[in-house]
Design a protein around this ligand. Structure first.
Ligand code: DAH
Length: 346
Protein backbone atom coordinates (compact mmCIF):
# COMPACT_ATOMS: atom_id res chain seq x y z
CA UNK A 1 0.00 0.00 0.00
CA UNK A 2 2.69 2.38 1.01
CA UNK A 3 4.62 1.43 -2.13
CA UNK A 4 1.58 2.08 -4.23
CA UNK A 5 1.13 5.63 -2.81
CA UNK A 6 4.78 6.33 -3.34
CA UNK A 7 4.52 5.29 -6.99
CA UNK A 8 1.44 7.46 -7.51
CA UNK A 9 3.23 10.55 -6.15
CA UNK A 10 6.43 9.84 -8.03
CA UNK A 11 4.77 9.26 -11.37
CA UNK A 12 2.61 12.36 -10.83
CA UNK A 13 5.77 14.31 -10.17
CA UNK A 14 7.21 13.17 -13.48
CA UNK A 15 4.04 13.73 -15.47
CA UNK A 16 3.24 17.16 -14.14
CA UNK A 17 6.09 18.63 -16.19
CA UNK A 18 4.23 17.73 -19.40
CA UNK A 19 1.06 19.57 -18.31
CA UNK A 20 0.93 22.88 -20.19
CA UNK A 21 -2.72 23.84 -20.47
CA UNK A 22 -5.98 23.63 -18.61
CA UNK A 23 -7.36 20.61 -20.52
CA UNK A 24 -4.13 18.71 -19.92
CA UNK A 25 -4.26 19.65 -16.27
CA UNK A 26 -7.84 18.38 -15.81
CA UNK A 27 -6.96 15.07 -17.47
CA UNK A 28 -3.84 14.74 -15.35
CA UNK A 29 -5.76 15.47 -12.14
CA UNK A 30 -8.59 13.06 -13.08
CA UNK A 31 -6.12 10.24 -13.60
CA UNK A 32 -5.12 10.56 -9.97
CA UNK A 33 -7.94 12.11 -7.98
CA UNK A 34 -10.95 11.52 -10.31
CA UNK A 35 -13.61 8.87 -9.56
CA UNK A 36 -11.47 6.21 -11.22
CA UNK A 37 -8.16 7.78 -10.41
CA UNK A 38 -5.20 5.93 -8.98
CA UNK A 39 -5.37 7.65 -5.61
CA UNK A 40 -9.12 7.18 -5.38
CA UNK A 41 -8.65 3.44 -6.00
CA UNK A 42 -6.14 3.18 -3.20
CA UNK A 43 -8.47 5.07 -0.86
CA UNK A 44 -11.30 2.74 -1.75
CA UNK A 45 -9.10 -0.12 -0.53
CA UNK A 46 -9.23 1.39 2.96
CA UNK A 47 -12.13 -0.93 3.83
CA UNK A 48 -10.00 -4.03 3.50
CA UNK A 49 -7.20 -2.67 5.73
CA UNK A 50 -7.12 -4.20 9.20
CA UNK A 51 -8.56 -1.82 11.80
CA UNK A 52 -5.35 -1.35 13.72
CA UNK A 53 -3.44 -0.37 10.55
CA UNK A 54 -5.98 2.21 9.48
CA UNK A 55 -4.60 5.29 11.36
CA UNK A 56 -1.15 4.74 9.88
CA UNK A 57 -2.68 4.18 6.44
CA UNK A 58 -4.79 7.32 6.81
CA UNK A 59 -1.67 9.33 7.59
CA UNK A 60 0.09 8.03 4.48
CA UNK A 61 -2.91 8.90 2.37
CA UNK A 62 -3.08 12.43 3.80
CA UNK A 63 0.58 12.99 3.14
CA UNK A 64 0.21 11.85 -0.47
CA UNK A 65 -2.85 14.07 -0.86
CA UNK A 66 -0.98 17.12 0.42
CA UNK A 67 1.94 16.46 -1.92
CA UNK A 68 -0.40 16.03 -4.85
CA UNK A 69 -2.36 19.17 -3.95
CA UNK A 70 0.85 21.20 -3.97
CA UNK A 71 1.63 19.78 -7.40
CA UNK A 72 -1.84 20.73 -8.67
CA UNK A 73 -1.51 24.25 -7.26
CA UNK A 74 1.91 24.77 -8.82
CA UNK A 75 0.81 23.39 -12.17
CA UNK A 76 -2.29 25.60 -12.22
CA UNK A 77 -0.28 28.69 -11.28
CA UNK A 78 2.19 28.20 -14.11
CA UNK A 79 -0.65 27.61 -16.57
CA UNK A 80 -2.28 30.88 -15.46
CA UNK A 81 1.01 32.74 -15.77
CA UNK A 82 1.52 31.36 -19.25
CA UNK A 83 -1.98 32.48 -20.22
CA UNK A 84 -1.34 36.03 -18.98
CA UNK A 85 2.05 36.15 -20.71
CA UNK A 86 0.35 35.07 -23.93
CA UNK A 87 -2.23 37.86 -23.60
CA UNK A 88 0.52 40.41 -22.98
CA UNK A 89 2.43 39.27 -26.01
CA UNK A 90 6.14 38.56 -26.24
CA UNK A 91 8.31 39.35 -23.26
CA UNK A 92 9.50 42.96 -23.18
CA UNK A 93 13.19 43.67 -23.58
CA UNK A 94 13.57 47.26 -22.37
CA UNK A 95 16.98 47.54 -23.98
CA UNK A 96 15.51 47.26 -27.50
CA UNK A 97 14.36 50.36 -29.42
CA UNK A 98 10.61 50.91 -29.40
CA UNK A 99 8.99 49.06 -32.31
CA UNK A 100 6.06 51.49 -32.65
CA UNK A 101 7.61 54.94 -32.86
CA UNK A 102 10.49 56.00 -35.02
CA UNK A 103 12.69 58.86 -33.97
CA UNK A 104 10.74 62.08 -33.36
CA UNK A 105 10.46 64.74 -36.02
CA UNK A 106 9.74 68.45 -36.11
CA UNK A 107 6.17 69.70 -36.10
CA UNK A 108 5.15 71.03 -39.55
CA UNK A 109 4.82 74.56 -38.15
CA UNK A 110 8.35 74.31 -36.76
CA UNK A 111 9.62 73.09 -40.12
CA UNK A 112 8.02 76.05 -41.90
CA UNK A 113 9.29 78.47 -39.25
CA UNK A 114 12.82 77.15 -39.71
CA UNK A 115 12.56 77.39 -43.47
CA UNK A 116 11.35 81.01 -43.20
CA UNK A 117 14.28 81.82 -40.91
CA UNK A 118 16.71 80.08 -43.24
CA UNK A 119 15.55 82.13 -46.24
CA UNK A 120 15.74 85.47 -44.42
CA UNK A 121 19.14 84.63 -42.94
CA UNK A 122 20.46 84.21 -46.48
CA UNK A 123 19.78 87.91 -47.09
CA UNK A 124 21.25 89.19 -43.85
CA UNK A 125 18.35 89.05 -41.40
CA UNK A 126 18.82 87.75 -37.87
CA UNK A 127 16.17 86.26 -35.60
CA UNK A 128 14.98 88.48 -32.73
CA UNK A 129 12.91 87.32 -29.79
CA UNK A 130 10.10 88.94 -27.87
CA UNK A 131 7.75 87.81 -25.13
CA UNK A 132 4.30 86.30 -25.42
CA UNK A 133 3.04 88.23 -22.41
CA UNK A 134 3.21 91.88 -23.40
CA UNK A 135 2.14 95.26 -22.18
CA UNK A 136 -0.14 97.54 -24.10
CA UNK A 137 2.83 99.80 -24.68
CA UNK A 138 4.80 97.34 -26.83
CA UNK A 139 1.77 95.80 -28.47
CA UNK A 140 -0.16 98.99 -29.26
CA UNK A 141 0.91 102.40 -27.95
CA UNK A 142 4.45 102.45 -29.30
CA UNK A 143 3.07 101.07 -32.57
CA UNK A 144 0.95 104.19 -32.99
CA UNK A 145 -2.22 102.23 -32.28
CA UNK A 146 -4.67 104.48 -30.44
CA UNK A 147 -6.71 103.52 -27.37
CA UNK A 148 -9.91 103.23 -29.41
CA UNK A 149 -8.44 100.92 -32.06
CA UNK A 150 -10.57 97.76 -32.42
CA UNK A 151 -7.52 95.47 -32.00
CA UNK A 152 -7.32 96.70 -28.39
CA UNK A 153 -10.90 95.75 -27.61
CA UNK A 154 -11.65 93.22 -24.87
CA UNK A 155 -13.48 91.29 -27.58
CA UNK A 156 -10.28 90.81 -29.54
CA UNK A 157 -7.50 90.57 -26.99
CA UNK A 158 -6.71 88.47 -23.92
CA UNK A 159 -5.91 90.83 -21.06
CA UNK A 160 -4.55 89.75 -17.71
CA UNK A 161 -6.60 90.72 -14.69
CA UNK A 162 -3.55 92.20 -12.93
CA UNK A 163 0.06 92.82 -13.75
CA UNK A 164 1.59 91.66 -10.50
CA UNK A 165 3.83 88.80 -11.47
CA UNK A 166 5.31 89.41 -14.91
CA UNK A 167 8.47 91.25 -14.03
CA UNK A 168 9.48 94.69 -15.10
CA UNK A 169 8.84 94.67 -18.84
CA UNK A 170 6.66 97.77 -18.91
CA UNK A 171 7.60 101.37 -19.42
CA UNK A 172 4.47 102.79 -17.89
CA UNK A 173 2.98 102.11 -14.48
CA UNK A 174 -0.71 101.97 -15.31
CA UNK A 175 -0.56 99.61 -18.27
CA UNK A 176 -2.38 96.38 -18.64
CA UNK A 177 -0.69 93.09 -19.49
CA UNK A 178 -1.99 90.97 -22.34
CA UNK A 179 -1.12 88.03 -24.58
CA UNK A 180 0.40 89.64 -27.66
CA UNK A 181 -2.00 89.87 -30.57
CA UNK A 182 0.81 90.06 -33.11
CA UNK A 183 4.59 89.83 -33.31
CA UNK A 184 4.83 93.54 -34.21
CA UNK A 185 5.67 94.25 -30.54
CA UNK A 186 9.12 92.80 -31.24
CA UNK A 187 9.79 95.75 -33.56
CA UNK A 188 9.60 98.05 -30.55
CA UNK A 189 11.59 95.77 -28.26
CA UNK A 190 14.35 95.54 -30.87
CA UNK A 191 14.52 99.23 -31.72
CA UNK A 192 14.64 100.22 -28.04
CA UNK A 193 17.63 97.93 -27.55
CA UNK A 194 19.58 98.54 -30.76
CA UNK A 195 20.52 101.29 -33.14
CA UNK A 196 20.11 101.10 -36.93
CA UNK A 197 20.89 99.40 -39.20
CA UNK A 198 18.37 96.77 -38.17
CA UNK A 199 17.47 93.70 -40.12
CA UNK A 200 15.43 91.23 -38.09
CA UNK A 201 12.66 88.73 -38.37
CA UNK A 202 10.82 87.44 -35.34
CA UNK A 203 8.72 84.32 -35.53
CA UNK A 204 6.47 83.51 -32.59
CA UNK A 205 3.18 82.71 -30.98
CA UNK A 206 0.27 85.16 -30.92
CA UNK A 207 -3.16 85.14 -29.32
CA UNK A 208 -6.54 86.57 -30.25
CA UNK A 209 -10.08 86.03 -29.10
CA UNK A 210 -11.01 84.27 -32.32
CA UNK A 211 -13.70 81.65 -32.53
CA UNK A 212 -11.95 78.52 -33.68
CA UNK A 213 -12.84 77.27 -37.16
CA UNK A 214 -11.03 75.90 -40.21
CA UNK A 215 -9.04 79.11 -40.71
CA UNK A 216 -9.01 80.72 -37.24
CA UNK A 217 -7.35 79.75 -34.01
CA UNK A 218 -7.13 81.75 -30.78
CA UNK A 219 -3.49 80.73 -30.69
CA UNK A 220 -1.45 81.02 -33.87
CA UNK A 221 1.99 82.01 -35.13
CA UNK A 222 3.35 84.95 -37.06
CA UNK A 223 6.65 86.09 -38.38
CA UNK A 224 7.48 89.76 -38.16
CA UNK A 225 10.10 91.53 -40.24
CA UNK A 226 11.80 94.88 -39.69
CA UNK A 227 14.46 96.63 -41.76
CA UNK A 228 15.72 100.06 -40.72
CA UNK A 229 18.57 101.99 -42.29
CA UNK A 230 19.17 105.15 -44.26
CA UNK A 231 17.39 105.43 -47.61
CA UNK A 232 15.22 102.33 -47.33
CA UNK A 233 12.38 102.45 -49.85
CA UNK A 234 9.27 100.53 -50.93
CA UNK A 235 11.43 99.01 -53.67
CA UNK A 236 13.57 97.32 -51.03
CA UNK A 237 10.45 96.04 -49.31
CA UNK A 238 9.03 94.64 -52.53
CA UNK A 239 12.37 93.08 -53.50
CA UNK A 240 12.79 91.36 -50.13
CA UNK A 241 9.25 89.96 -50.10
CA UNK A 242 9.50 88.87 -53.75
CA UNK A 243 12.71 87.03 -52.93
CA UNK A 244 11.21 85.44 -49.84
CA UNK A 245 8.01 84.23 -51.48
CA UNK A 246 9.80 82.84 -54.49
CA UNK A 247 12.15 80.89 -52.23
CA UNK A 248 9.31 79.73 -50.02
CA UNK A 249 6.65 78.90 -52.58
CA UNK A 250 8.68 78.07 -55.64
CA UNK A 251 9.93 79.65 -58.82
CA UNK A 252 7.43 81.75 -60.68
CA UNK A 253 5.71 82.96 -57.50
CA UNK A 254 4.57 86.56 -57.89
CA UNK A 255 3.53 89.10 -55.29
CA UNK A 256 1.27 92.11 -55.57
CA UNK A 257 0.79 94.99 -53.13
CA UNK A 258 -2.64 96.46 -52.43
CA UNK A 259 -2.98 99.71 -50.48
CA UNK A 260 -4.18 99.12 -46.95
CA UNK A 261 -4.03 100.69 -43.51
CA UNK A 262 -1.93 99.74 -40.51
CA UNK A 263 -1.29 102.29 -37.74
CA UNK A 264 2.45 101.54 -37.66
CA UNK A 265 3.23 101.85 -41.37
CA UNK A 266 2.68 104.53 -43.98
CA UNK A 267 2.13 103.72 -46.76
CA UNK A 268 0.72 100.30 -45.85
CA UNK A 269 -0.05 97.35 -48.07
CA UNK A 270 -1.58 93.96 -48.07
CA UNK A 271 0.46 91.43 -49.99
CA UNK A 272 -1.11 88.86 -52.28
CA UNK A 273 0.81 86.10 -53.94
CA UNK A 274 0.16 83.94 -56.94
CA UNK A 275 1.94 80.70 -57.69
CA UNK A 276 1.57 77.18 -58.95
CA UNK A 277 0.47 76.08 -55.46
CA UNK A 278 -2.69 78.03 -56.05
CA UNK A 279 -4.21 75.34 -58.23
CA UNK A 280 -5.05 73.65 -54.92
CA UNK A 281 -6.54 76.82 -53.45
CA UNK A 282 -8.85 77.60 -56.32
CA UNK A 283 -8.18 81.32 -56.84
CA UNK A 284 -5.48 83.33 -58.56
CA UNK A 285 -4.33 85.83 -55.91
CA UNK A 286 -4.25 84.96 -52.26
CA UNK A 287 -3.62 87.37 -49.41
CA UNK A 288 -0.58 86.40 -47.42
CA UNK A 289 0.95 89.32 -45.48
CA UNK A 290 0.72 92.90 -44.29
CA UNK A 291 3.55 95.39 -44.72
CA UNK A 292 4.56 98.98 -45.19
CA UNK A 293 7.11 101.71 -44.51
CA UNK A 294 7.63 102.32 -40.81
CA UNK A 295 5.44 105.19 -39.65
CA UNK A 296 7.52 108.17 -38.34
CA UNK A 297 5.50 108.13 -35.10
CA UNK A 298 6.93 104.67 -34.39
CA UNK A 299 10.46 105.97 -34.87
CA UNK A 300 9.63 108.83 -32.50
CA UNK A 301 8.44 106.32 -29.88
CA UNK A 302 11.79 104.51 -29.91
CA UNK A 303 14.00 107.59 -30.27
CA UNK A 304 15.08 107.16 -33.90
CA UNK A 305 15.19 110.28 -36.02
CA UNK A 306 12.65 109.84 -38.84
CA UNK A 307 14.51 112.49 -40.86
CA UNK A 308 17.59 110.24 -40.91
CA UNK A 309 16.21 106.75 -40.94
CA UNK A 310 13.57 104.96 -42.91
CA UNK A 311 12.51 101.35 -42.85
CA UNK A 312 9.97 98.76 -43.74
CA UNK A 313 8.08 96.18 -41.70
CA UNK A 314 5.99 93.17 -42.55
CA UNK A 315 4.05 90.46 -40.79
CA UNK A 316 2.52 87.17 -41.89
CA UNK A 317 0.89 84.05 -40.47
CA UNK A 318 3.01 80.92 -40.28
CA UNK A 319 -0.01 78.59 -40.29
CA UNK A 320 -1.22 80.27 -43.46
CA UNK A 321 2.06 79.58 -45.23
CA UNK A 322 2.20 76.00 -43.92
CA UNK A 323 -1.35 75.36 -45.14
CA UNK A 324 -0.42 76.62 -48.62
CA UNK A 325 2.88 74.74 -48.83
CA UNK A 326 1.42 71.44 -47.61
CA UNK A 327 -2.12 71.80 -49.00
CA UNK A 328 -3.78 71.61 -45.58
CA UNK A 329 -7.38 72.83 -45.46
CA UNK A 330 -8.02 73.07 -41.72
CA UNK A 331 -5.84 74.96 -39.24
CA UNK A 332 -7.03 72.76 -36.35
CA UNK A 333 -4.94 69.82 -37.57
CA UNK A 334 -1.82 71.64 -36.38
CA UNK A 335 -2.88 71.58 -32.75
CA UNK A 336 -4.54 68.20 -32.31
CA UNK A 337 -1.31 66.23 -31.95
CA UNK A 338 -2.73 63.38 -33.98
CA UNK A 339 0.12 61.13 -35.06
CA UNK A 340 -1.66 60.15 -38.27
CA UNK A 341 -1.41 63.81 -39.29
CA UNK A 342 2.01 64.62 -37.85
CA UNK A 343 3.71 61.51 -39.24
CA UNK A 344 3.16 62.79 -42.76
CA UNK A 345 5.72 65.54 -42.13
CA UNK A 346 8.37 63.31 -40.52
N1 DAH B 1 0.57 93.05 -37.27
C1 DAH B 1 -0.24 92.80 -38.44
C2 DAH B 1 -1.28 91.75 -38.14
O1 DAH B 1 -1.18 91.10 -37.13
C3 DAH B 1 0.61 92.35 -39.59
C4 DAH B 1 1.54 93.43 -40.03
C5 DAH B 1 1.09 94.36 -40.96
C6 DAH B 1 2.81 93.54 -39.55
C7 DAH B 1 1.90 95.37 -41.40
C8 DAH B 1 3.65 94.55 -39.97
C9 DAH B 1 3.16 95.47 -40.92
O2 DAH B 1 4.89 94.68 -39.54
O3 DAH B 1 4.00 96.47 -41.33
O4 DAH B 1 -2.19 91.58 -38.91
Amino acid sequence: MEEELKTIVESANEKVATVTNRAGFEAFKAEISGPNGSLTRVMKGMGSVPKEDRPAFGKLINRAKTQLQEMYDDALRSIEEAEIAQKLGPAIDPSLPSPEFGPGSLHPLTQIREEISRIFKQIGFTVAEGTEVETEYYCFDALNTPADHPARDLQDTFYFPDKASFGNVSKKEDERYLLRTHTSSVQIRTMLKEDPPIRIISPGRCFRRDTVDATHSANFHQVEGLYVDKNVTVRDLKAVLDYFFEQMLGKGTKTRFRPHFFPYTEPSFEVDFSSTHLAKLGSEWVEIAGCGMVEPAVFDAVGYDPEVYSGFAFGMGIERIAMIVYGIDDIRYFYQNDHRFLRQFA
